[in-house]
Design a protein around this ligand. Structure first.
Ligand SMILES: Nc1nc2c(ncn2[C@@H]2O[C@H](COP(=O)(O)OP(=O)(O)OP(=O)(O)O)[C@@H](O)[C@H]2O)c(=O)[nH]1
Ligand SMILES: [Mg+2]
Length: 187
């Protein structure tokens, strides 16, 4: 399969657009408009209302197609559309905003209903002095040990690529496991 569709999701202002900007080899497609809600505007001035899109070539035959979701909850109906056919997804959590951890936890639960695809959770903004450690965020999100929380700095291309490669390894590992299971069933 030459192209892999990967979704980058997460709560409002977690760094999804920044992540795709740094991962992508092409100029990303963005759909940012000025924020109107005063509370959200205190965090930043522009928000994604449609999607982010970028690509990353892995080798001569394989390319990642990266789709970022909008963060505001009023656009959550788009999550299902963007997740169609995805091979895996990244959930970004803002490590500096513990008030958003409950929303992040709800988002993780909702995404698990939307798609059975594997995912990784990334604790973003680890370069910020107020960032909480990934282990603490893991506990606060109530995640099982099988779903680790990786440190991430979406402003750093190397860190972004590391998160994506971890997701690809997870996709690969689960597809090998599933193919073994179906071989065993057939035997
Ligand atoms: N310190 C730090 N700031 C970051 C990082 N990633 C993103 N930001 C900042 O966090 C803010 C939100 O980033 P965006 O990429 O717009 O977040 P988003 O998740 O796309 O936001 P919505 O689409 O509105 O939900 C911006 O001010 C970014 O500059 C990071 O790794 N470190
Ligand atoms: Mg965005």
């Amino acid at each position: 399969m030459p192209n892999y569709k990967i979704v980058v999701t997460g709560t409002y202002a977690a760094g999804k657009s920044q992540f795709i900007r740094n991962a992508s080899e092409i100029e990303p497609v963005e759909t940012e408009v000025p924020v109107t809600d005063p509370g959200e505007r205190a965090i930043k001035t522009h928000t994604t209302v449609g999607l982010d899109f970028g690509t990353l070539r892995l080798d001569d035959r394989h390319k990642l197609f990266l789709f970022g979701t909008p963060g505001q909850e009023r656009f959550d109906f788009l999550w299902e559309q963007l997740a169609i056919g995805c091979l895996g997804y990244v959930v970004l959590v803002d490590s500096c905003r513990p008030a958003d951890f409950r929303a992040a936890s709800n988002l993780i639960r909702r995404f698990a209903y939307i798609t059975p695809a594997p995912f990784v959770v990334a604790a973003n903004k680890q370069d910020d002095p107020s960032a909480l450690p990934p282990e603490y965020i893991h506990r606060r999100l109530g995640l099982p040990m099988s779903i680790p929380v990786r440190p991430c700095v979406a402003r750093d291309m190397g860190a972004v690529h590391a998160v994506l490669f971890e997701l690809l390894e997870r996709i690969e590992a689960l597809s090998v496991r599933d193919s073994h299971a179906s071989t065993n069933r057939a035997a």
